[in-house]
Design a protein around this ligand. Structure first.
Ligand code: ADP
Ligand code: MG
Length: 290
């Protein structure tokens, strides 16, 4: 690209809230064959709310919420914030020994009992019996909810279903990229059923679910090994290695600093649709130089 065309291209981008950190990013954006979007905080608003609770027989919703909130108080996960918001100012119990289980949940101790909360995989790996709540968990996940399973003293005491609204432009972004000949993938640590439901709603081509934070970059590498030029759009700390691995990393402006440092393009308006703008701008810029 001529330096002049690149300058004009990056300048136009900046005026529209799309910051290309370097010329290579602008050039590489023209070549992308697949764009991988992180789910939470990228395609969705990242402001999840509790929408339903299912307590196990003999357990009240209040007990369920108090137990979960006592543990989530120590977590910085967006799901934890949803639980705390729902619990409000109701006095919770006191938990100690909080430990985060990366990409799965957390555990702590309350009154000498181990409390474990997180996804279904975590319950399975800790041999917590789902009993009567297995069907409820499947129903909620199939409906696109993220389910926080709560176990206390080795027994499941209930489910907390959380929903995170998709951003208003997510669907149009995906349709437009596909129209431009780019495949669209979604990557998430959330479970397969929830991810598939949201993927279907948005018309996503490839759904990559149950991906542990440490595996996101590896998934990008796998797509590259299949011959793809890969764009990655993310907001979180756990997206940083994938943003670096991608041929072009796009960070949501409202996301974490680490994501913005790892990406080559920053979407200042935190609007996924600006990925379309970035691709169109790069294509127009590169066309001008020939
Ligand atoms: P994402 O890729 O959507 O940001 P994470 O990798 O952070 O997801 O987490 C994956 C899954 O682990 C979540 O969908 C949730 O089921 C579970 N999880 C992780 N941390 C917590 C927590 N503090 N409370 C409840 N569930 C959690
Ligand atoms: Mg995210």
């Amino acid at each position: 690209a001529t330096p002049m065309a690149i300058m004009v291209g990056t300048g136009l981008g900046a005026m529209n809230g799309i910051l290309f950190k370097n010329a290579a990013a602008l050039e590489n954006a023209t070549k992308l064959t697949v764009i991988v979007f992180d789910k939470t905080g990228t395609l969705t608003l990242g402001q999840p709310d509790v929408v339903e609770m299912v307590a196990a027989p003999g357990v009240s919703e209040g007990e369920l919420l108090a137990t979960a909130a006592a543990v989530e108080k120590f977590s910085e996960h967006p799901l934890a914030l949803a639980v705390l918001k729902r619990a409000g100012t109701t006095p919770t119990e006191i938990a100690s020994g909080f430990t985060n289980i990366d990409g799965q949940g957390a555990h702590a101790t309350i009154s000498g009992e181990v409390v474990l909360l997180g996804n279904l995989k975590l319950m399975q790996s800790e041999s917590v019996a789902m009993e009567a709540l297995a069907a409820e968990s499947a129903r909620l996940q199939g409906g696109g909810r993220t389910v926080v399973h709560v176990a206390r003293g080795g027994k499941l005491i209930g489910l907390i279903a959380i929903a995170d609204a998709v951003r208003p432009t997510s669907m149009a972004t995906i349709a437009k990229l596909q129209e431009r000949g780019v495949k669209v993938a979604m990557i998430t640590g959330d479970n397969q059923a929830t991810a598939e439901r949201i993927g279907k709603e948005l018309g996503i081509d490839i759904v990559l679910a149950d991906v542990l934070p440490g595996q996101k970059a590896f998934k990008i590498k796998e797509l590259q090994d299949q011959g793809h030029k890969v764009g990655m759009v993310g907001d979180g700390i756990n997206d940083a290695p994938a943003l670096t691995q991608a041929d072009v990393g796009f960070a949501i402006g409202a996301g974490t600093d680490v994501a913005m440092e790892s990406a080559q393009v920053i979407l200042m308006k935190s609007d996924p649709y600006d990925v379309v703008g970035a691709i169109e701008l790069s294509r127009a810029t590169l066309r001008k130089m020939h």
